[in-house]
Write a protein that binds this ligand. Structure first.
Ligand code: PEP
Length: 253
């Protein structure tokens, strides 16, 4: 049975003390609830807080991921953080190709390829984001766009490498807007993505791949989104900044 994953992308939010408080709150709330045994919770704080968050819990509480990684191995790349550095901190996951990085930092599918390769080389699992902008959905181009992102960003991998990839479908028009995809829209796209994976790598790999939904997911809509057969959890932005909301989503399976 493939993993359910709920990953919190804190983006560029919280001071150190606020981040510390949030992890404390999450840990306290985790004492009060029972997560489904098949659910993995991942926290993706900003780089400077990775160690603090990692020090909080062992993997039985949550795993820790970065929000970005360099596409280069090492060297004169001021301000960048390499996959080798993340590996040396024993991190588990890293987000790649988020629409904010694609839009504001020109992260192309070619860069996504290099980042994914770096992460896999260093034993981290990439959470690779894909999704169409509003104009593309309005022009009914969402399948074409997502197919290109998945094919160009990931299909150079071997089946063995692909087994470590998590995909997040995040329609850009739903990110941070309060406008969520309907459960039907999410299920249709997730099934389409799983179909692409099956064509390329076979059914077994496709059935094992966790495909997360992202875009204004909250405790009030998580249940109906996660009830769909091809929706294996969520990549959560805004709602991951409040322990109660995040735990509400993580327990929605
Ligand atoms: C995200 O940025 O990955 C995201 C899903 O954000 P939000 O939940 O705030 O829409």
């Amino acid at each position: 049975m493939r993993k359910h994953i709920v990953a919190g992308n804190w983006k560029m939010n919280k001071t150190f003390d606020e981040a510390d408080e949030l992890v404390n709150d999450i840990m306290a709330k985790l004492e009060e609830v029972t997560l489904d045994a098949n659910t993995t919770m991942i926290l993706c704080p900003p780089f400077p807080y990775l160690e603090m968050v990692s020090d909080y819990g062992d993997d039985s509480y949550f795993m820790v991921g970065a929000q970005n990684v360099s596409d280069q191995e090492s060297g004169a790349y001021t301000g960048e953080v390499s996959a080798a550095m993340l590996e040396s901190m024993e991190l588990d996951y890293c987000i790649v190709g988020h629409s904010e990085r694609r839009a504001y930092y020109h992260e192309t599918d070619e860069i996504v390829v290099r980042k994914v390769d770096q992460l896999l080389k260093h034993g981290l699992r990439p959470i690779v984001c894909c999704g169409e902008v509003l104009e593309e959905r309005e022009a009914e181009k969402q399948y074409e766009v997502v197919k290109r992102q998945i094919t160009d960003g990931l299909f150079h991998l071997s089946a063995e490498q692909f087994a470590d990839v998590v995909i997040a479908y995040e329609p850009v028009w739903a990110i941070g807007t309060g406008k969520t995809a309907t459960p039907e829209q999410a299920q249709e796209m997730h099934a389409f993505i799983r179909g692409l994976i099956a064509e390329k790598y076979g059914n077994e790999v496709a059935e094992e791949t966790s495909i997360l939904y992202g875009g204004s997911c909250k405790p009030s809509n998580a249940k109906e989104l996660f009830a769909n057969k091809d929706v294996d959890g969520g990549l959560i932005g805004g709602a991951s900044l409040k322990a109660e909301d995040f735990i509400g989503i993580a327990t929605a399976f």
